[in-house]
Design a protein around this ligand. Sequence first.
Ligand code: ADP
Ligand code: F6P
Length: 459
Amino acid sequence: MQRSRLVIAANTLPVRRLDKGRQEGWTTSPGGLVSALAPIARDQEGAWVGWTGEIDVDREPFVHEGIRNIPVKVSLADYENSYEGVCNRTLWPLYHDAVGEPEYHRHWWRQYVDLNARFAETVASVTSANGVVWVQDYHLQLVPAMLRDLRPDVRIGFFLHIPFPPEDLYDRLPWRTEVLHGLLGADVVGLQTRSDTRNFMRVTVRHAGTKASGNTLQYGNRDIKAAAYPISIDTDRIEHVAADPAILEQTKTFRKQLGGGRRMILGVDRLDYTKGIDLRLKAFHQLLEDWPDAYRETVFVQLAVPSRERIAEYQTVRSHVEELVGQINGRYGEIGIAVVHYLRRSLPFEELVAMYRAADIMAVTPLCDGMNLVAKEYVAARLDDTGVLLLSEFAGAAAELRTAIHVNPHDVNGMADAMHRAFHMPEAESKRRMRAMRRVVRKHTIHAWARAFLDDLGG
Ligand code: ADP
Ligand code: F6P
């Protein structure tokens, strides 16, 4: 097997399979992580280990756009017990403040251990002597230690894209020691925020006997760096798309379709119960109740990407959101005029940017979120410094986007008041706030993020 000096391991490969009926082959997946890591991996003739998204399909490694893709076979049992079970029904709700009820099942856990072991073996077989491996996210928390056992010569980094919970929540996890042992196999553990980093360091002291000093954890005879590396976006790309005259035309078309001079609030999320879409809709409803005359001419657009649809909590949040959309339109809509426009689908990136440009107010109100890239994308798209961002204080992005209007997503009346305030904000103030946020996303890009982490890792 050919070996690479830089290897990335993630739940999914940076490619997805084109529809069989149309064309064989692969296309690069959208998203910031892929666009940041792909050029680095390409330059270093790197490899990417991950799942193709297909169940029970064995595939040979293949090169796509200069990156060696190393597929890990995922069986139906892996998918159901490890991905849907441990990842999305145990760890996802537990790490997101238990806003959903986490479930703990031993047979799920065994499959997670087994799949992590197969990832570690695959990574070990494709990494060159003294190479560098960067493991991504909560699906692969055991890989660092498993890999260290197999390949003590390599440098290992781990980055967690979701929050790390405070100790009283983390302590509920029946496999809390195993997970920490897994993560502490890394040389550098990256988290989204300083508060996640503090949470992580504290539980390692308590359950793994580490000694913490500054950003260093002493674990046995090794020193591990634990630090915040807030992930970001490809700001140049968004600015470039936002400045395209065709996108401006699309923006005007959207506005016309939404009713000419009507003011618009936008929400853009995966359809996930952590995103607070239902409470946000209730806040909009409250805004209309409190000031019916002032907001008769306002529309709310909610774009929601279907996600993890076989899981009951995701079906419930979908029904709840759709019921609320119906209630608000039933109460405030007119024949031919909806007040809430709800699209349950993914939009092409260009159209999404045109939507960002069209929105007077962007409402990003998750109950808990590792970072939230949508908030940063909206800011990057506002080339003329107009627009107001309402941002949950429980999103990682709130630590950086300090001049957004911060809201408590549990406080429906407070959010309705914040929407009202946003609509009445003097232009000088909204521009000053947006300019400050644009400076943040221009400086802290996804490229700077990847470079900072890899520099610390020695990659
Ligand atoms: P999460 O990783 O939990 O889904 P983020 O806000 O960090 O949340 O990232 C979501 C990503 O999905 C963003 O890059 C955003 O542009 C993209 N996205 C969200 N909604 C849509 C949509 N309707 N169409 C296309 N892309 C979307
Ligand atoms: O934000 C965490 C994350 O797992 C991302 O890595 C991923 O893009 C998103 O949630 C969607 O998750 P899934 O891959 O389970 O659809």
